[in-house]
Write a protein that binds this ligand. Structure first.
Ligand code: PGA
Length: 260
């Protein structure tokens, strides 16, 4: 770790690492520590999990900790942030597929403890489905830890610019930049779904601990806006500036515009 500082934000901390590898391993260690602490107390660890390029190395390290260092996930209850709508869970572009590929099929989490929005159902069921997802998180006492990436437009989950800070799980329209960034994954822009189900900003900010991981130069501009800019629904991640339970974990490139 290079250093830890809170120069821009009055309440939360920024942990700066020299590269993506170190930052990712650090995040995996934070998650592992929480899981072990909860185990020692005989409690579940309720984790909010993210998808995308950013957490891949974190998950790889968690798998390594499971395989080589005996980290068990038997007490883990997971809730993923979001999923494209509509998409079949078996589709290799779905986040269900992603989570299986990068994490769940390599660890001992119980399948009934995994929650990822399933979105292969008709529109009339969406409202109830979203309410049930939200209620389920509450029924486990809320999220102990939420892992976040950040979109280049400042989204957290699929809470796109304009999402209100009191939003809960719902159907959202994807922002053009989000769809553009997903293009490589889907082949062409026309294949990228127009909508998604995402947990809300209110759901996220109620987590007891929030780790926001940002890696690489392409995130430097939005990191600067989210951490130093005004708090605005136009940059959804900016709300995190106000919360004491937030830690931003950045590599040197992502932090390029917030260092003197
Ligand atoms: P990425 O996406 O990790 O693929 O950059 C992050 C996000 O959109 O939250």
């Amino acid at each position: 770790m290079l250093n830890s500082f809170n120069k821009y934000s009055k309440v939360n901390s920024i942990t700066l690492h020299s590269d993506a590898e170190q930052a990712s391993v650090y995040v995996a260690q934070q998650i592992a520590e929480l899981i072990r602490q909860q185990q020692e107390q005989g409690k579940p660890a309720v984790l909010g999990l993210a998808t995308g390029n950013t957490p891949k190395r974190v998950y790889q390290e968690l798998v390594r900790l499971h395989q080589n260092e005996g980290l068990s996930f038997h007490n883990v209850i997971s809730f993923n942030l979001d999923e494209y709508y509509p998409i079949c869970p078996d589709n290799d572009q779905s986040y269900t597929y992603f989570m299986r590929k990068y994490l769940f099929s390599h660890i001992d989490i119980k399948s009934h403890n995994i929650h990822i929005p399933h979105t292969d159902f008709p529109p009339h069921r969406i409202l109830q489905y979203c309410k049930d997802y939200e209620d389920k998180i509450v029924s486990f006492g809320g999220l102990d830890l939420q892992l976040l990436g950040i979109g280049r437009n400042g989204h957290i989950g699929f809470n796109e610019p304009g999402s209100t800070f009191d939003s809960t799980t719902r159907l959202v329209n994807l922002h053009s930049l989000t769809r553009q960034d997903a293009q490589t994954h889907f082949g062409t822009i026309d294949n990228v779904p127009l909508q998604a189900i995402s947990i809300g900003i209110q759901t996220i900010i109620q987590a007891k601990k929030i780790l926001l991981l940002a890696l690489g130069e392409r995130k430097s501009e939005i990191i600067s806006k989210a951490l130093k800019g005004e708090i605005s629904t136009q940059v959804p991640a900016s709300i995190l500036q106000t919360l004491s339970q937030v830690e931003y974990i950045l590599d040197r490139d992502a932090a390029a515009l917030i260092q003197d």
